[in-house]
Design a protein around this ligand. Structure first.
Ligand SMILES: Cc1ncc(COP(=O)(O)O)c(C=O)c1O
Length: 429
């Protein structure tokens, strides 16, 4: 109190009166009165509108989660069995280490790169368990912000998953873009992508979707990936792979990670985000991994130490349950076999729905070329429908999707594909 006296004496009588009133004024308003209402999440907004709709035929094609052929959320048998095995072991629930479950990290790197990969054998990599794919991207983005000393710029495909921009921006990186999707063909703008990438300043970061590009469903073919890798190498760009759908695109985990493995074979030391949300259906368990491929083991150790320093104040250590499920599946031969069949089953059902949608559009008499629906891959399909057509589908047919005309094919079933084709034909003829 004595220390405050001299300062008070310096204040005018008016300022002293204000000082006395200040706490009252603060109480009358609020700490947060300046906080403006933010816009709702575009995808969750679609779900909210869907929930309010009373039409029995309504379809929600906005949400990116797999549904079985009855339109119901799907828990894999391999997951149920792994959960039962874990429960029977009555394990403790102590904290995991900062980097997560070691067996899970090893199995994740092997799944992505293949067990016989030179990187795995030499150990010149580090993998940390993360809070699903989003957490992995965020850890990766923060690592770049702290240690990538060459550039702040991250080049995203145009368009990219809506969360990429805020993830990298919030981590302090700057977003740039390269051409990717060609609305004229509803396919990959290979020439545009090559042209843009070849002009990206050297030593910038470029992000690729390893497979099943979200939101377009458009992936480069292997020979196109080869050329992309060559440009990346020539321009000395830093490649960040986001692999949220391994196995989910083609049904084959090796085929879906071909691009990542090819880049590494070409001597490009990438970073990689993995998610088990889709391919194991572990959405809410939040299981993912972040890997950095390094020059040698020593570099990997140093990078690991810094990843831990980064993670510790973010969330201390990752959750245990999902990682136990995933590592049980990946490391027990029977469960792994069953899981691989189930992943293929999910991918095949989606491919089948794409075929059925096109067949039904033809049956409806549509004269448009819908081949892109079957050329595209993974959970999402960029239909090419215009915002007004999307609005009409919602208003007249209770079919919900994002305004960009993206549909989640996982939400289509043999029971509703005919209705969807009919509605699309009605708004596009
Ligand atoms: C391209 C892409 N990356 C990452 C993710 C991460 O998802 P999650 O955090 O649920 O693993 C998703 C999910 O939709 C995605 O589509």
């Amino acid at each position: 109190m004595a220390l405050l006296q001299p300062a008070r004496r310096l204040l005018s009588a008016a300022a002293q009166r204000h000082l006395c009133l200040a706490p009252v004024a603060a109480r009358a308003s609020s700490w947060w009165s300046h906080v403006e209402m933010g816009p709702p999440d575009p995808i969750l907004g679609v779900t909210e509108a869907f929930k309010r709709d009373t039409n029995a035929k309504k379809m929600n094609l906005g949400v990116g989660a797999y549904r079985d052929d009855n339109g119901k959320p799907f828990v894999l048998n391999s997951v149920r069995k792994a959960e039962a095995q874990i429960a029977a072991k009555k394990m403790d629930k102590e904290y995991l280490p900062i980097a997560g479950l070691a067996e899970f990290n090893k199995a994740s790197a092997e799944l992505a790169l293949g067990d016989t990969n030179e990187v795995i054998k030499s150990g010149r990599y580090v993998t940390v368990q993360t809070i699903s794919g989003t957490g992995s991207l965020r850890v990766g983005a923060s690592f770049l912000q702290r240690f990538f000393k060459y550039s702040r710029d991250v080049y995203l495909p145009k368009p990219s998953w809506g969360n990429h921009t805020p993830i990298f921006r919030d981590a302090g990186m700057q977003l740039q873009a390269y051409r990717y999707y060609d609305p004229k063909t509803c396919g990959f703008d290979f020439a545009g992508a090559l042209d843009d990438i070849s002009k990206i300043p050297e030593q910038s970061v470029i992000l690729f979707h390893a497979c099943a590009h979200n939101p377009t469903g458009v992936d480069p073919r292997p020979e196109q990936w080869k050329e992309l890798a060559a440009v990346v190498k020539k321009r000395n760009l830093f490649a960040f792979f986001d692999m949220a759908y391994q196995g989910f695109a083609s049904g084959d985990i090796n085929r879906d990670s071909w691009a990542v493995r090819h880049f590494i074979e070409q001597g490009i030391n990438v970073v990689l985000s993995q998610s088990y949300a889709k391919n194991m259906g572990l959405y809410g368990e939040r299981v993912g991994a972040f890997s950095v491929i390094c020059k040698d083991v020593d570099e990997a150790k140093r990078v690991e130490s810094q990843l831990k320093i980064l993670i510790r104040p973010m969330y201390s250590n990752p959750p245990i349950k999902g990682a136990r499920i995933a590592s049980t599946i990946l490391t027990s031969p029977d469960l792994r076999k069953e899981w691989l069949e189930e992943v293929k089953g999910m991918a095949d059902r989606i491919i089948d729905m794409r075929n059925q949608l096109v067949a039904n559009l033809k049956k409806e008499g549509s004269s448009h070329n819908w081949q892109h629906i079957t050329d595209q891959i993974g959970m999402f399909c960029y239909t090419g429908l215009k915002p007004e057509q999307v609005e009409q589908l919602t208003k007249e047919f209770s079919i919900y999707m994002t305004k960009d005309g993206r549909i989640s094919v996982a939400g289509v079933t043999s029971g509703n594909v005919g209705y969807l084709a009919h509605a699309i034909h009605q708004v596009s003829k």
